[in-house]
Design a protein around this ligand. Structure first.
Ligand code: ZN
Length: 270
């Protein structure tokens, strides 16, 4: 039996309970039904660290609502964002490749909710769930290509373009009309000073692409924001589509991702 809607808040479609997470949605009914008793709904608390770098991974967390920043430490007191995970992904997916510790910290940028499964429970059922394994591999492939593109973007494009790209990506991945984002947090995540974010916000707001009120951003003109964003946003969208359509095995995808990542960074520094 799938988890009761009153316990999990899952959406129902055609009489069948469906999670909001897109990886879980992609699973055939049999795998979803097998996994459901192992999934537990948990709140995502804004500004909390969901997974610390270097520590054992205890859960795989499928995001249902909200946004998680993947942070790479650059010195003792600061870290910069190298990826975003929303409804399209899962924190801790790397366990599907046999890793037991996180390479990066995962910080809740926008609060919401998630479904999580213990890694021991997952290890027990994963060998019988080829579609779930493939979905986790594909999410890792997407994360790799995204972090390569973010690295290239930060070397070559203006902050205004990067910010437009970030807002579009955040909007896509958390599927919220109003994004509760503070400039302070954004400045720390993107590795710039607060005045740089304030100035870019002012410029974008003047063009009417979004409105800001009470700590929330409402995107008014997505097409306008896409015109301001650098090509990195479209590249990341295309990469995501290519991953979805790919029939390659997970390990081949990861190898291709690494090659792609290196070539992108090389191009950016030339
Ligand atoms: Zn860019």
């Amino acid at each position: 039996m799938w988890i009761e809607q009153r316990e999990t808040g899952l959406a129902r479609a055609g009489g069948v309970a469906l999670p909001r997470n897109l990886l879980l949605q992609s699973l055939p009914f049999e795998e979803l039904e097998r996994l459901s008793p192992l999934l537990h709904k948990v709140p995502l608390i804004s500004r909390r660290v969901l997974q610390h770098a270097g520590l054992p991974i205890e859960h795989v967390v499928f995001i249902e609502e909200g946004l998680v920043s993947v942070l790479a430490k650059v010195d003792e007191s600061s870290a910069v964002e190298v990826g975003l995970i929303g409804r399209d992904g899962a924190v801790g997916a790397i366990v599907a490749l046999g890793a037991d510790r996180a390479a990066f910290s995962h910080f809740v940028q926008i609060g919401g909710s998630a479904l999580r499964v213990g890694v021991d429970d997952l290890a027990r059922v994963l060998p019988e769930m080829p579609h779930l394994r493939e979905a986790l591999h594909l999410s890792l492939h997407r994360a790799l290509t995204q972090s390569a593109q973010v690295a290239a973007c930060s070397l070559k494009h203006s902050f205004e373009q990067r910010l437009a790209c970030w807002l579009l990506t955040a909007h896509d991945r958390c599927d919220m009309t109003h994004l509760p984002i503070t400039q302070d947090l954004l400045a720390r995540s993107l590795g710039v000073r607060r005045p740089t974010v304030s100035e870019a916000f002012k410029q974008l707001a003047q063009r009417g692409v979004f409105a800001k009120a009470r700590g929330r951003i409402r995107i008014l003109d997505r097409a306008g924001l896409e015109r301001i964003a650098c090509r990195c946003y479209r590249v990341m969208c295309r990469q995501g589509d290519a991953v979805k359509q790919s029939k390659l095995g997970g390990k081949t995808l990861i190898a291709l991702s690494l090659i792609f990542a290196l070539s992108e960074i090389e191009l950016a520094v030339q």
